[in-house]
Design a protein around this ligand. Structure first.
Ligand code: AN0
Ligand code: CP
Length: 331
């Protein structure tokens, strides 16, 4: 594996899932694989789980890790080609990523969307530039539109806890006090297409996700209707895609409750965290017996580890210039 930025980078998502579950049984079984290899993690935004689970996963494989908060600890990066850099941005991503590529064997980048320029965010301009210039196997630590490490961990968690052959999985929008990216929801929908589940996405009008990600899922504007007989309820807030980055007014009550959960098939409750307690999800559900939030967070180690393992096993000499991938993505 050379890239991990979307489910489409994975030859067989089901096989990857199975391999992650095997790794979980024997986390130190490949502790020689990463000897003398360096993982570089670059964060343009805050993180707890992604940062620490990547480090833990790399340690399990015997790798060394370098972490940097871009812009905060480094120079402020410029992303526009041909920019005359006479203002506040001191270094071009072209140079910064190329240098980091020299220091690291695998690179991961977190770059959230601006939520102001939809075209630019959905083109993954920032992520693609890091990929292009670092010329190394590359992992998205949550980009403008997707969060594949989270979705893989979520798919593992569902596989571990499902009792039905084809569980009903409901992704429900939840209230929040500020606009959040669509990445977790887009990514979850994208990965669920490769799992044998019945996916229902429920959200208020105005919060439709981009159809490329949700195709195959049932979209329902009534939360209580969607929750009927659900086996898993995945809660997440996201801001509007159509009125990009805004929070169109919602009249109905979208906060989940014990009462609403009674409509489900005693469903498991999921959230990727961080969660604003009693704004997005009430305490009693997060702390209740059906909550899987910690299991999801634990599985972040194995989603990270299986991806790193696959990359370490790839023959680097065969790594082609990532520019080719960019060309492919544009076709
Ligand atoms: C981020 C998001 O919604 O994309 C990260 C989630 C893993 N959440 C916040 O910014 C609160
Ligand atoms: N779920 C998740 O990615 O958490 P962090 O933002 O803390 O990394």
């Amino acid at each position: 594996m050379k890239f991990f930025t979307t489910v489409h980078d994975v030859a067989s998502p089901q096989q990857l899932l199975q391999e992650a579950i095997e790794l979980k049984k024997d986390p130190f079984g490949f502790s020689e694989l990463g000897k003398n290899k360096v993982l570089g993690l670059l964060f343009m935004n805050p993180s707890l789980r992604t940062r620490l689970s990547m480090q833990k996963a790399a340690m399990n494989l015997g790798m060394q890790v370098i972490v940097m908060n871009i812009n905060q600890d480094s120079w402020t990066l410029e992303f526009n080609d041909g920019a005359v850099m006479n203002s506040t941005r001191q270094e071009h991503v072209k140079d910064a990523a190329a240098v980091m590529g020299l220091y690291c064997d695998i690179i991961g980048v977190r770059c959230f969307p601006s939520l102001t320029n939809r075209e630019e965010d959905y083109s993954e301009k920032i992520l693609l530039q890091f990929m292009k210039y670092c010329k190394k196997p590359f992992i998205s630590l949550e980009s403008a539109t997707l969060h594949p490490l989270q979705s893989l961990a979520d798919a593992i968690t569902i596989k571990e806890f499902q009792k039905q052959k084809i569980p009903k999985v409901v992704l429900t929008w939840a209230p929040h006090i500020k606009p959040l990216p669509q990445a977790v929801a887009n990514s979850f929908a994208e990965w669920m297409r490769f799992s044998e589940v019945d996916l229902v996405i429920t959200h208020p009008e105005g919060y439709e996700l981009q159809e490329d990600f949700t195709k195959g899922a049932t979209i329902c504007y009534h939360q209580t209707e969607a929750l009927l007989d659900a086996d898993f309820v995945y809660v997440k807030n996201w801001s509007s895609y159509n009125e990009y980055g805004l929070m169109p007014k919602v009249e109905e009550d979208w906060l989940l409750s014990e009462q609403k959960m009674k409509l489900t098939n005693n469903a498991h409750l999921m959230h990727c965290l961080p969660v604003r307690r009693n704004v997005e999800v009430p305490d009693e559900l997060l702390d209740g017996p059906n909550s899987l939030i910690l299991q999801q967070a634990e599985n972040r180690i194995y989603s990270a580890q299986v991806v790193l393992k696959k990359m370490l096993e790839t023959n680097y000499n065969k790594l082609q210039n990532v520019v080719e991938k960019n060309v492919l993505m544009e076709e």
